[in-house]
Design a protein around this ligand. Structure first.
Ligand code: G6P
Length: 607
């Protein structure tokens, strides 16, 4: 992943680069660095750890110059040390890179044979030395780009600064996105529109294979054959302004509390205000021949897909396969022309999900993206888009974006079911009512934060835990376990309650906490039997249920929290909130970094 920024203009580069890096830290926060150029000299400052460490360093020794490049890193090749931090530089060139150079080992060996000495363990350093070698033959930056880029294999976006060329930065894209912006004070290059927010809202994206010469007052795009091309200007409408914590201790907590508003925004956007029916900005005509849905996503978004499978199969009577994008992208046979491929992503930039979209497009499938970020690659490249209206999500562990995804997928399932005449208008309205009432129930669970804090106090010192649920609660059990892993570094597994006896029950003893999501549904008796199986092995039970379900489970749990009863089909949207709260409070009690957990990044732009 990693985030990169470059600036060429008329004002000091350092504050611009630092400002952009702060916006980009959701892409990685293992180390950060900037390089500027003044009077033919490249000035460099890098620091392991978060951007604040870099800021402290440059405050002591500011870097001069009105052009420069910057980088925030999520380590792939090499530990997160200063030596491995970007930019990498020689006397003549400095480079920042997002992605992976797959043939770096071959290139490195060949450069070493020619006497080049490497100072880092990164794959990026080969790009640096290839440019350096090309310049030393007398090539211009443009000629060097034309010579070096075809040698690189893998996925990359880069920005390159040249000591002898005080007005030119070269950018290139092969895979991960790269955006150009032009503002009053100069030109910018960044990993996405988010990086450029605050400087300009006029963005041009490089297409795959493009490279670009960025100068103070002009930008020239070249396609993969070197031909000069134009790329359309899109407006980001200032959606990328700075986001504060609004008095909350963490972004994650603030985002948890925003969830009722997210559902309301989705309802406002996609429910007809007077008819009370689902009204989506897509045409059924495009979908009427679809025989199968394939949902592709990663991480938390994948769990939203697992919930949607239940809804689509129930309401639209259509077979649904849900696949992890990094697996599906190498299994082309899973797709065919009469598939609707649904891509779910907060960022719209996840590399594996984008690769799966590309495969689906080549296969001739219909493509629909459910995304949070407008103008993201998924939004731009898929045929249809539905937005989740969660607003900028800063906490690395996804919360409100998941809520938005569920709300949109719920509406899409009802919409498709109605269009396919599998549900009646009466059922559509009755189910919709459950969703319309949901924000009130979410508010009520938000008011129970203290109860989840108490439950978390029993759990945060454990080394392992299990989450159980059946049917619609199974994906929520997995999402709960993922949240705990991400935030508390405690090993947790989410299991379908009925599957426990096929293996995981062997793990259960008096040290094993088992959190069970137990809403009142037709399967409640089955879940109660599964809970008894755990109790019989001495497992510690933690229950989240409603009045009716918990009344059947008296004196069973170490700790329990009663939440409102809601229509069964919307239980995933309600029960994920306790899962988020539990993971959040466990992390707070443990003292981990809630908003930026170790080893992770918000947007994963490498495969
Ligand atoms: C990263 C994030 C997760 C997210 C996943 C998929 O791993 O830390 O929170 O669920 O990527 O991201 P996407 O942007 O595609 O939803």
């Amino acid at each position: 992943m990693c985030g990169l920024i470059a600036y060429v203009g008329t004002v000091d580069a350092q504050p611009i680069l630092l400002d952009a890096l702060k916006r980009l830290r959701y892409r990685g926060y293992d180390s950060a660095g900037i390089a500027t150029l003044s009077q033919g000299n490249i000035h460099l400052c890098r620091a392991p750890g978060k951007i604040e460490a870099l800021e402290e360093k440059v405050a002591l020794n500011p870097l001069l110059g009105t052009m420069g490049i910057g980088h925030t890193r999520w380590a792939t090749h090499g530990l997160p040390t200063e030596a491995n931090a970007h930019p990498h530089r020689t006397e003549h060139v400095a480079v920042v890179h997002n992605g992976i150079i797959e043939n770096y080992d071959t290139l490195k060996k060949s450069l070493q044979k020619k006497g080049v000495v490497f100072t880092s363990e990164t794959d990026t350093e080969v790009i640096l030395h290839l440019f350096d070698a090309s310049l030393s033959k007398g090539n211009s930056p443009q000629e060097a780009a034309a010579e070096v880029l075809p040698q690189l294999e893998g996925a990359y976006s880069i920005a390159v600064l040249f000591a002898q060329y005080p007005h030119t930065i070269i950018g290139a894209r092969h895979g991960p996105p790269l955006a150009v912006g032009r503002g009053e004070n100069g030109s910018y290059l960044g990993s996405d529109a988010f990086a450029l927010g605050g400087f300009t809202d006029e963005i041009q994206y490089l297409e795959d294979g493009d490279w670009v010469e960025v100068m103070d007052r002009s930008v020239t795009f070249h396609d993969r054959d070197g031909l000069v091309v134009d790329r359309p200007i899109v407006h980001s409408h200032g959606v990328m302004g700075p986001v504060g914590k609004d008095g909350f201790r963490h972004y994650m907590l603030k985002e948890i509390y925003e969830q009722p508003s997210v559902v309301n925004r989705v309802l406002e956007a996609y429910v007809h205000p007077t008819q009370g029916t689902v009204n989506l900005p897509i045409e059924y005509e495009d979908l009427k021949d679809v025989k199968r849905c394939v949902i592709l996503a990663c991480g938390t978004s994948y769990y939203a897909g697992l919930v949607a499978k239940y809804w689509l199969e129930t309401f639209a009577n259509i077979p649904v396969e849900v696949d992890i994008a990094s697996e599906a992208r190498y299994r082309s046979s899973s797709l065919c022309k009469d598939c609707l491929c649904i891509f779910i992503s907060q960022s719209g930039e996840t590399a594996d999900t984008l690769a799966a979209l590309s495969l689906a497009t080549q296969t001739g499938c219909q493509t629909l993206s459910v995304v949070n970020v407008a103008q993201s690659s998924l939004d731009r490249l898929s045929r249809m888009t539905l937005f989740t209206f969660a607003g900028p999500e800063i906490g690395v562990a996804s919360t409100k974006a998941f809520m938005g995804q569920l709300a949109v997928l719920a509406l899409f399932s009802l919409w498709l079911g109605r269009r396919k005449n599998h549900i009646t208008p009466h059922i559509e309205k009755a189910r919709l009512q459950g969703l319309i009432e949901l924000p009130i129930h979410l508010e009520s669970v938000l008011g129970q934060a203290q109860d989840f804090q108490t439950m978390a106090s029993h759990l945060y010192e454990k080394r392992h835990m299990l989450f159980l649920g059946r049917n619609l609660m199974y994906p929520i059990a997995m999402e709960g376990a993922l949240k705990v892993k991400e935030l508390s570094y405690i090993h947790a597994e989410g299991y379908p309650a009925g599957e426990l006896k096929h293996g995981p029950l062997a793990l259960v003893d008096s040290h094993m906490p088992v959190v069970v999501f137990v809403p009142s549904t037709p399967l409640i008796e089955k879940v109660i039997s599964n809970i008894q199986e755990v109790r019989a092995r001495g497992g510690q039970i933690f229950l989240i249920g409603d009045e009716n379900s918990l009344s059947k489970l008296e004196d069973v749990a170490v700790s329990e929290v009663k939440i409102p009863g809601v229509q069964e089909w919307v239980t995933p949207l309600l029960y994920v909130l306790p899962a988020q709260f539990l993971a959040y409070y466990m992390a707070c009690l443990k003292g981990t970094d809630v908003d930026q957990p170790r080893n992770l990044a918000k947007s994963v732009t490498v495969e």
